[in-house]
Design a protein around this ligand. Structure first.
Ligand SMILES: C[S@@+](CC[C@H](N)C(=O)[O-])C[C@H]1O[C@@H](n2cnc3c(N)ncnc32)[C@H](O)[C@@H]1O
Ligand code: SF4
Length: 414
């Protein structure tokens, strides 16, 4: 996750550079259930309104939680599918809070209503992120259910009225990029605390629909807009957080923004961004799926590190033998192509490996969604020599990889 506002604050009101602090354990994003009342076009978990067999029971969840606590995991993000469809979600949430975890709820928001808002208040979530992928018709089309937008916005309003910290999560594609300004206006209208821009990752239905990924210029336009908002709001004293995920080129892009707008703070920002180090899949971010399989992050469901029914999470995570994890933990990571040659590698960490893997079968190939030009990253080859985005014509050497069957996804292909 890239915390734009946090870095912007250091540009607006510079503070001395502190030491870089290593988190005690990874953040765990936990897909507690795969069932969902929506079937979004980009959904990495390929969720749908059916029961998925073999999910962790309440007691199994509790056993894993005890181990996570001992392993010093600081944050649990309860996700799905739609986590509010799990009948024991209130018990799980309460136990997690009582154990001292920071607990976030990742929800589509459609199921938050007057019948359960008191339970949501009682769960004392530290943060609730609700997905909104466009204004009304666009959102409903994206999430494949008419009325979803109205329901989610109603849920957001109920949370807001109860003083719960709530924000929007927006996944950028060609289908909704034009509505980003309106979505940012919604943040104002509802006085929301946080905006998360999720860049599309090529996993699950997001892989199948990867041709709808945005073009590089659209990503740049989106980031320009968010930088400007965040900066103007800081200047006006408005407390709102802007963050992004799944494209760590956002770090160098902010550095370039600072070069133009706050040049006197660029070197301090560069240092802070290097301390951050970019992509943290397999290091500070981890994932447990509904069946108890552990993955380097939520988008690696086709790569299992082990199962919490057979081994403790802490042992699975600490295993020094796993080849992919070895690469994630190298510094710098063994990335190739333009990522390997990039002058910003220390800042972005080589970006999102799942996209490279899903197009080439090589987790260390260059990330096609890096939207910085060769000139910007200090690489001298021609732009045409880059791996094309799926939204561009696919070059012949990548066709076989793109069309390869999904080897691992083990559930229904909805
Ligand atoms: C899988 S959902 C689960 C929680 C809840 N059902 C929801 O939709 O918010 C978690 C988040 O991941 C986002 N997401 C799903 N597939 C994605 C993909 N392929 N790339 C980027 N973000 C994705 C969703 O939009 C949502 O914000
Ligand atoms: S993104 Fe969330 S709401 Fe959409 S289908 Fe997936 S789990 Fe359900």
């Amino acid at each position: 996750m890239f915390r734009i506002t946090q870095y912007m604050k250091t540009l607006h009101a510079p503070t001395p550079l502190g030491p870089s602090i290593k988190p005690p354990g990874p953040v765990v994003i936990w897909n507690l259930i795969r069932r969902c009342n929506l079937t979004c076009k980009h959904c990495y978990s390929i969720s749908a309104d059916v029961d998925f067999k073999g999910e962790l029971s309440t007691n199994e969840v509790y056993t894993v939680m005890d181990d996570l606590k001992e392993f010093k995991v600081p944050v649990l993000i309860l996700s799905g599918g739609e986590p509010l469809l799990r009948p024991d979600i209130w018990d799980i949430s309460k136990r997690a809070k009582d154990m001292g975890f920071y607990v976030g709820l990742s929800t589509n928001g459609t199921l938050i209503d007057e019948s359960n808002i008191e339970k949501i208040v009682a769960a004392k979530y530290d943060y609730i992120g609700v997905s909104i992928d466009g204004i009304e018709a666009t959102h409903d089309e994206f999430r494949q259910r008419k009325g979803a937008f109205k329901e989610s916005m109603h849920g957001i309003k109920l949370c807001q009225e109860r003083g719960i910290k709530v924000g929007l999560r927006f996944t950028l594609t060609q289908d909704n990029a034009h509505e980003l300004p309106l979505i940012l206006d919604l943040m104002d209208e509802y006085d929301l605390d946080k905006f998360y821009l999720s860049h599309l990752n090529y996993a699950g239905r997001g892989k199948r629909n990867r041709k709808r990924d945005v073009f590089h210029q659209m990503t740049r336009d989106a980031l320009d807009m968010i930088f400007e908002r965040s900066w103007n709001e800081l200047k006006q004293g408005i407390e709102r957080e802007y963050v992004t995920g799944n494209n760590d080129a956002d770090g160098p892009y902010l550095l370039q923004w600072a070069e133009k707008n706050v040049p006197e703070e660029v070197e301090a920002l560069r240092q802070r961004l290097e301390n951050w180090g970019g992509n943290s899949s397999g290091v500070n971010i981890s994932n447990i799926d509904n069946l108890g399989n552990v993955h380097p992050d939520t988008f690696w469901w086709d790569y299992n590190l082990g199962n919490v029914r057979e081994k403790k999470f802490s042992e699975i995570w600490a295993n020094p033998e796993d080849e992919l994890m070895k690469g994630f933990r190298m510094s710098p990571r063994p990335v190739k192509g333009r990522c390997g040659a990039c002058q910003y590698l220390k800042i972005c960490g080589g970006n999102t490996r799942v996209r490279a893997y899903s197009l080439t079968d090589d987790p260390w190939a260059e990330d096609p969604a890096c939207y910085l030009s060769n000139a910007e990253i200090g690489v001298e080859t021609e732009e045409e020599d880059r791996m094309p985005l799926p939204s561009h014509e696919v070059r012949t050497e990548h066709v076989a990889a793109v069309e390869k069957p999904q080897q691992f996804i083990n559930a229904v292909n909805l």
